[in-house]
Design a protein around this ligand. Structure first.
Ligand SMILES: [Zn+2]
Length: 251
């Protein structure tokens, strides 16, 4: 699944199209029915940014195209005249390059999305105060591991980096938000930022606990546990020894 950092890489590559009037095509029938091409063709692309798991392309006239990659979506930047394989959802042709999106299940013109999403964990600098404020406005009996994946509270943290940053700061994913201090929440957010930025910059750190159920915790040797968490049942991994606090009610 594309995580926030994959979106940021795509946003970086697509910068070559910013400032240009684009030729817009939607070859895939499911994209064509959305009538995006007639509304966007010939408009100047003003900016491309990744916010959480959304790629927002702002066009002149205040139109914002939102692309969410879900499981299979993929953006590539090709030469303007390069052959395009398959049936992409969207082709944006600039003067010398073309941005191409395949399998873009979520592709829509949306003015409100940026307001509904929480602050981006990969913003420079990240708005930790605003994230903390949102986390404190959420129900405080909610498990911290579940809250970190809620894109309305903090945008961009996927399951892998949720797991790794909680382990890095010794916070159990099952602790209630209300039982985690502001300092600990900030430490976890900043660990997520550090780990995700390292991956974005091409110097990823080794995963310590993600998908390592039954392996020894690299810090204390206790076997790693796992259990599904939250409404989406994303798998949490944690060390029951050095991430103390709670265990899942059903484990
Ligand atoms: Zn441990």
């Amino acid at each position: 699944m594309p995580e926030g950092d994959a979106l940021h890489r795509a946003a970086r590559r697509l910068q070559v199209l910013v400032g240009q009037e684009l030729q817009v095509e939607t070859p895939h029938p499911r994209a064509a029915v959305k009538q995006l091409a007639p509304r966007l063709d010939g408009r100047r692309l003003e900016s491309v940014e990744a916010i959480g798991k959304n790629l927002l392309l702002r066009f002149e006239g205040g139109l914002v195209l939102r692309s969410h990659l879900r499981m299979k979506g993929r953006w590539r930047v090709l030469g303007r005249e390069s052959p395009v394989f398959g049936t992409p959802w969207l082709v944006l042709r600039g003067e010398r390059h073309a941005g191409v999106l395949w399998n873009g299940p979520v592709l829509e013109i949306d003015r409100g999305v940026a307001l509904r999403l929480g602050p981006d964990i990969l913003a420079e600098p990240p708005a930790y105060d605003a994230m903390l404020e949102r986390l404190r406005r959420a129900p405080q009996d909610r498990a911290v591991g579940d809250a970190l994946l809620d894109q309305r509270l903090v945008a961009g943290i996927g399951n892998v980096w949720k797991v790794e940053s909680l382990w890095a700061e010794r916070v159990s994913p099952w602790r209630a938000l209300g039982d985690v201090s502001d300092d600990d929440l900030r430490a976890v957010l900043s660990a997520a930022n550090r780990l995700m930025r390292a991956r974005l910059d091409g110097t990823p750190e080794r995963r310590q606990v993600y998908r390592r159920k039954g392996h020894s915790c690299p810090r204390c040797g206790t076997p790693i546990e796992s259990w599904p968490q939250g409404d989406d049942a994303r798998m949490a991994y944690w060390c029951p020894q050095c991430q103390r606090g709670e265990a899942p009610a059903t484990a």
